[in-house]
Design a protein around this ligand. Structure first.
Ligand code: HEM
Length: 128
């Protein structure tokens, strides 16, 4: 049996909770019916709808059972065209991870400035 060929554009179109495809490596899966049963929760999968989920899938260190389970949802082989669009990768970690390059949270600066103002005011009024 020949495998169905799926384009990047086609994967991108299936990007909702009701119609949810993801790509892992160069294989495409329709996991619409699986999201409610996913032990890791629905949201992580919905966030990756129409995306390349290879990175997040590997990062979690899924078991052999999970990899076996994937086969049931196989749709076809992902084929990228030269110069064509790339599948987006991971909106999930981009949105939700704390950006450690910003070492001090902006609210902390407000607190520091408030402390300095309070200190100066205290010196002016109470220490003559
Ligand atoms: C459609 C493909 C997927 C299948 C079939 C699948 C299946 C599973 C299974 C069976 C488990 C239980 C633990 C294990 O056996 O490894 C699990 C856990 C988990 N999965 Fe997935 N998963 C899929 C995709 C993803 C993706 C794309 C993410 C994105 C981050 C994810 C995040 C998680 C997390 C965080 C857990 C851990 C839950 C916990 O231990 O509390 N999964 N998944």
């Amino acid at each position: 049996m020949t495998e169905k060929i799926v384009s990047v554009e086609e994967v991108m179109q299936h990007n909702t909770r009701e119609d949810l495809w993801i790509a892992i490596k160069d294989e495409v899966f329709d996991i619409t019916k699986f999201i409610e049963a996913h032990p890791g929760g629905e949201e992580v999968l919905v966030d990756l709808a129409g995306h390349d989920a290879s990175g997040p899938f590997d990062d979690v260190g899924h078991s052999e059972d999970a990899r076996e389970m994937l086969k049931k949802f196989f749709v076809g082989k992902l084929v990228k065209t030269e110069g064509g669009p790339e599948l987006p990768t991971n909106s999930y970690s981009d949105d939700k991870c704390y950006d450690s390059s910003q070492a001090i949270h902006p609210a902390m600066w407000v607190f520091v400035v408030a402390m300095i103002v309070a200190y100066v005011a205290f010196r002016m009024y109470f220490i003559k």
